[in-house]
Ligand binder design. Sequence first.
Ligand code: BTN
Length: 333
Amino acid sequence: MSQTEVTILKALLAAGDAFVSGSELAKELGISRVAVWSRLEKLRAAGFVFDAVRHRGYRLVREPDRLSETLVRAHLDLVGAGKTRLFVLPTVDSTNSEAERRLADATETPFAVLAGAQTRGRGRLGRTWHSPPEGNLYMSFAFRPHRGAGRMQTITLRLGLAICRFLREKHGVPVKVKWPNDLVIGGKKAAGMLTEARVDADRMRDLVFGIGINVLGDTSGWPRDVASMATALAPHATEPILLNKLAADLIPLVSAEYAEFMENPHKEGFAEEWKAIDALHGRAVNTRQGNTSLRGTARGIDGDGNLLIEKTDGKLAAVHSGEVSIGTGAVLF
Ligand code: BTN
């Protein structure tokens, strides 16, 4: 990744639909106009589309649908988050695993790991997360909380809710939270979260929050069983979604929500906020944890993030972990 290209993209992004003069860019960067042109050619080869008009300059017409470190950094710089510690890889086994390796190597936290594709993307309960190279985001955020593990119990729900609200508010996506770790649209999964922690004597040393988001929606090459249960954000959005801009929006959002969580893990009104966009609320559900299953009606979450199930006898049960299916049939997600 070159800082010169980040600067060029920043200028083009800031200009929006307007043209940016090649000679001004060259002056700002202390390079020749030909050098500016050749950088733009390099970006073109990476999927960017520019208009180039004599005596007017350049304009960015289209961003690539693949992860671009240069573009994520340019977007981050523009929102004042250019100093974020970030590792962007074209491909990796799993961004969660990479974050764990970097934590073990004493990398300073917080940091984020993003990858264009994953060869061994991991889901909950030992599942695989299908991670092809185009149209999706794979990101992990690493922290060292140094707090009691019990205090961190609801972190995935808090981060998931914050991301869900952002997608609804900024992009008009009718996405909902599905306890404990999914974002769904119309019953299909658009994103999954995987939080992994290392705990020493009840103190949480490391925490990795990973999220995979189906952003652009071409599921044609996906395995059939995955494609039938999955959806993506963009086809449901009322405002356009750009993959790299979304990554750059979510990085500071997750960092800010984490910081707020550390200040205030038991946020007042959280259960109510959850209820407003809870995909399970009032639905007949079947929860399963190991060999134990429970049927009833989902009634939101309690202050500790447990799923509340109203059983057939009318009593409430709090489910701490496991998975949930809607209806009485097989597991949906
Ligand atoms: C699930 O729904 O089971 C959780 C899926 C989590 C997938 C993300 S993609 C980025 C990060 N790296 C991984 O290997 N998994 C998480």
